[in-house]
Design a binder for this molecule. Structure first.
Ligand code: 13P
Length: 253
């Protein structure tokens, strides 16, 4: 069984006080994270240590950064390195979110460097991919996503990709309330798995957790997560509401 993952992406939301209250409320809301499941909270940089401390000792619950820089260290004012994340005990990092690609001009090549730096410091990437509406309307989503994966990840070894985490987030479904249907998600997830199987073999492809992101909420999570190649979700808006996210965690296979 692949690891099933409910990942929260808070994006640039919440004050520290609101963040603490949200975690407290979530911990008080009944939910269970089983042995083959993970809950991951991708929180803004200033809250990483606080949220990590709050979740200390919780089984299978981790904190992630939402980004890191693609260079090791140096004169890059305002950036945060993988080494810094490692030094505060962070084990996961979201890379290549469509908002980073769009607003901060992150390219496939740059994301390949970010993945390398994360690996160098033992931080596991949650690598995002997904097509804009125009590409979906043109019916070119499969090749578009394939190119994103190839250009950023195909230099990795099979060992590095074992247990890797991908988040497929169609841009037209992010924050729009317009979810891909569970069949659309399954179709793309199967394609993504096949892309890895073709290059690295089924042994590798079958271990990759592929999360769906885009307007996941308590009311649709079970249906989407129920699909064979959907191994959980990366959740924006609904992760800011404790009861919603608790239900989403409980919707994992
Ligand atoms: P929403 O769940 O708000 O659509 O955001 C999805 C997302 O971008 C998660 O990374």
């Amino acid at each position: 069984m692949r690891t099933q993952i409910a990942a929260a992406n808070w994006k640039m939301n919440l004050t520290l006080q609101q963040a603490e209250a949200l975690v407290d409320e979530l911990l008080q809301t009944p939910h269970s994270v089983n042995a083959d499941q993970l809950a991951i909270f991708a929180v803004p940089f200033p809250y990483l240590i606080t949220v990590k401390n709050k979740l200390a000792g919780k089984q299978n619950i981790f904190v992630a950064a939402q980004n890191c820089y693609h260079k090791k260290n140096g004169a890059y004012t305002g950036e945060v390195s993988a080494e810094m994340l490692k030094s505060i005990g962070i084990e996961y990092v979201v890379l290549g979110h469509s908002e980073r690609r769009e607003y901060f001009n992150e390219t496939n090549a740059m994301l390949g460097e970010k993945v390398n730096i994360a690996f160098e410091y033992g931080i596991k990437p949650i690598f995002c991919c997904g097509e804009p509406l125009s590409i979906r309307e043109a019916g070119s989503q499969n090749s578009f996503v394939e190119t994103q994966l190839k250009e950023s990840l195909f230099h990795l070894t099979a060992d590095q990709l074992k247990g890797f985490i991908i988040a497929y987030e169609p841009i037209w479904a992010i924050g729009t309330g317009k979810t891909a249907t569970s069949d659309q998600a399954q179709e793309m997830h199967a394609h993504i798995r096949n892309v890895f199987a073709t290059q690295y073999g089924n042994d590798v492809a079958d271990t990759i957790s592929i999360l769906y992101g885009g307007s996941v909420k308590a009311s649709n999570a079970k249906e989407i997560f129920g699909k064979a190649d959907v191994d959980g979700g990366l959740v924006g808006g609904a992760s800011l509401i404790a009861a919603e996210f608790a239900t989403i965690i409980d919707s994992l296979k």
